[in-house]
Design a protein around this ligand. Structure first.
Ligand code: NAG
Length: 401
């Protein structure tokens, strides 16, 4: 759910900086630098704090927050678990120190990053991390460490029949439950975020979002990302009586957590047409141009089939599927989701109007209107404040030159 306007602003400010001869901004607000601790793929590293550089970003400000999510695969038991490494502001201490996870004897861990800020550049121990094409040509709001190796190890176990990814299950219409690769679910930049949340204390210090920490802090706010992953797992699935793929938390017992990695693994069950990151995804382009290398670097981080050429990630084909699938799908599930809460009450008043305005906005942001020369099939009526309150289907009109 990238804010396209800010994406273009980033590239603009990056080129201005390059012109002035300095790459790292003094105080380019929203362009965050996050220091990865030493040995991030060990139990000790997971429990070490990630430091958000002062001056650029502040973890107490909603649109400057950065989140880290770890998914662990037990290579002997062939099971998964989830851990949330903690991000804190430079020069501060955590409200409550992170729990040191008890990891399996033989394991592989992957780290996924998602930012509410315009971008996140990783610094520190980043040997196993992918931030984009380079540290100056980044994806923007996402990054991964060891993700490719993690998915490779899972694939080997899958091929050997040692691990089964739970089935998708059926929605009340008898259709398979939605995944992050369903054309009815994707937006302008699919697969771009994590589910991690943190607790922010009254004094602006952070801790992991566990039951023990909630009890200890008493007064706190829970900070999060309004991600596509959360949209499926936390909003749509409950209304559609669907079950997201979850695994035990490594921070406390008795709690199951979803994660970006688990969602992408679950999405391997997605029936055709399968939505994979297209070449015009703002996070996969390089200098506003499609880049096969950057696209595949991104796809590898979220376990998607690589494209052998840019045509295989063609925005036109993506738009055709988006237009063919999403409006019909949203209409079919309308009666189940109209009673559901809106993930963003500033954008829409319920889950159906939210899905409607999100589709209409993504149609334009992906350039589908220009590529297919027709307007969005869904339109919304908004109130005085611009909040979507009604959805209209079958609205598509040809765009004449
Ligand atoms: C959530 O994170 C994604 C990328 O990680 C970003 O595009 C989106 O703007 C964030 N959402 C909010 C509500 O900040």
């Amino acid at each position: 759910m990238v804010k396209l306007t800010s994406y273009f602003l980033i590239s603009l400010s990056a080129s201005l900086l390059a012109f002035s001869g300095s790459v790292e901004a003094k105080a380019d607000l929203g362009a965050c630098f996050l220091k990865v601790p030493k040995n991030p793929l060990t139990a000790h590293g997971l429990a070490s704090t990630y430091i958000l550089k002062k001056g650029n970003c502040d973890q107490t400000i909603a649109d400057q927050q950065v989140f880290v999510e770890a998914t662990v695969f037990d290579l002997d038991a062939n099971t998964f678990s989830v851990y949330h490494p903690l991000v804190i502001n430079e020069g501060t201490k955590p409200a409550i120190a992170p729990v040191v996870p008890k990891l399996p004897k033989n394991f592989i861990v992957g780290l996924w990053f998602g930012a509410n800020s315009d971008s996140v550049t990783l610094t520190g121990d980043i040997t196993d991390c992918v931030n984009g094409l380079s540290s100056t040509d980044i994806f923007s709001q996402v990054a991964f460490c060891n993700a490719h190796k993690f998915f490779q190890a899972v694939q080997i176990a899958k091929d050997a029949g040692k691990v089964t990814i739970p089935p998708l299950g059926k929605d009340p219409n008898g259709n398979p439950c939605p995944t992050t690769r369903h054309f009815g679910i994707i937006d302008q930049d699919q697969s771009d975020n994590v589910i991690t949340t943190y607790l922010q204390s009254k004094s602006g210090h952070f801790s992991q979002a566990t039951k023990a920490n909630r009890n200890k802090l008493k007064k706190f706010t829970e900070i999060s990302n309004g991600s596509d992953n959360a949209l499926v797992a936390d909003f749509l699935d409950p209304e559609l009586k669907c079950q997201p793929f979850k695994a035990p938390s490594l921070m406390e017992s008795g709690v199951q957590l979803g994660s970006m990695a688990l969602n992408e693994l679950h999405a391997s069950h997605q029936h055709a047409p399968v939505a994979l990151i297209p070449s015009n995804d703002p996070m996969a382009v390089s200098n506003n141009k499609p880049s096969l290398t950057k696209l595949n670097a991104y796809r590898r981080g979220v376990n998607q089939h690589l494209a052998s050429n840019l045509n295989q990630a063609n925005p036109k084909a993506y738009c055709i599927n988006f237009g063919n699938v999403a409006p019909g799908y949203i209409q079919k599930i309308a009666k189940f989701i109209i009673g559901g809460p809106s993930p963003d009450t500033g954008a829409a008043d319920n889950l159906l109007t939210f899905m409607g305005q999100r589709y209409a906005a993504s149609w334009v942001n992906l350039g589908c209107d220009k590529i297919l020369k027709k307007t969005s099939d869904i339109t919304v009526t908004t109130d005085k404040k611009g909040v979507a309150i009604k959805v209209h289907f079958r609205q598509s009109k040809p765009i004449k030159k």
